[in-house]
Design a protein around this ligand. Structure first.
Ligand code: ZN
Length: 169
């Protein structure tokens, strides 16, 4: 249950029971629709740009947005957010990149939205602190539930459960 370590023991016990009964997958499938249709880095860039202009109009532009199949979803705190400093002429310019683990190609749109909101929030707040999560829930009121449900899915996969969504579907 490494993905759920930060949640209360009683909640983890409920999840363990669902898994023991083989019901976690069905539970997730009932809560969510099909896989989203964002297949390419270009489509992801457009999706992220849409959210950014809706909520963070004044933030610096994004230099790059991409799916990354080398990213481990949780080890990298659900994604990465890098600011690469480059010398451009006499000015030091920060270049913002958002990379999203490839796993997010094969999930419902709600979880893609959650991870994008997470990464966009990091363009304003570096740490996972109160201000950071306030910004996340401003952009996506269901943020915490979505992150929990994604962690349930990762737990399901880690326990050997089948992928519930596929890009081929
Ligand atoms: Zn983060």
């Amino acid at each position: 249950m490494k993905y759920l370590g930060a949640y209360p023991a009683a909640l983890r016990a409920q999840v363990e029971q669902l898994m023991a009964q083989g019901r976690l997958g069905d539970w997730l499938l009932k809560r969510y629709g099909g896989v989203h249709g964002i297949r390419t880095d270009r489509a992801l860039y457009d999706y992220v740009s849409g959210l950014k202009s809706a909520f963070l109009r004044n933030a610096e532009p994004l230099a790059k947005v991409a799916f990354d199949n080398k990213l481990h979803v949780i080890r990298n705190a659900l994604g990465t957010h890098t600011t690469i400093s480059r010398v451009q002429g006499s000015k030091l310019k920060a270049k913002r990149e958002i990379r999203v683990a490839s796993l997010f190609k094969e999930v419902p749109i709600e979880w893609l939205r959650m991870i994008v909101v997470h990464e966009l929030a990091h363009t304003k707040e570096r740490e996972h602190d109160k201000a950071f999560y306030q910004l996340c829930t401003h952009m996506e009121p269901d943020y915490h539930q979505l992150e929990f449900d994604l962690r349930l899915y990762l737990t399901h996969l880690e326990s050997g459960g089948p992928a519930l969504w596929s890009a081929a579907a």
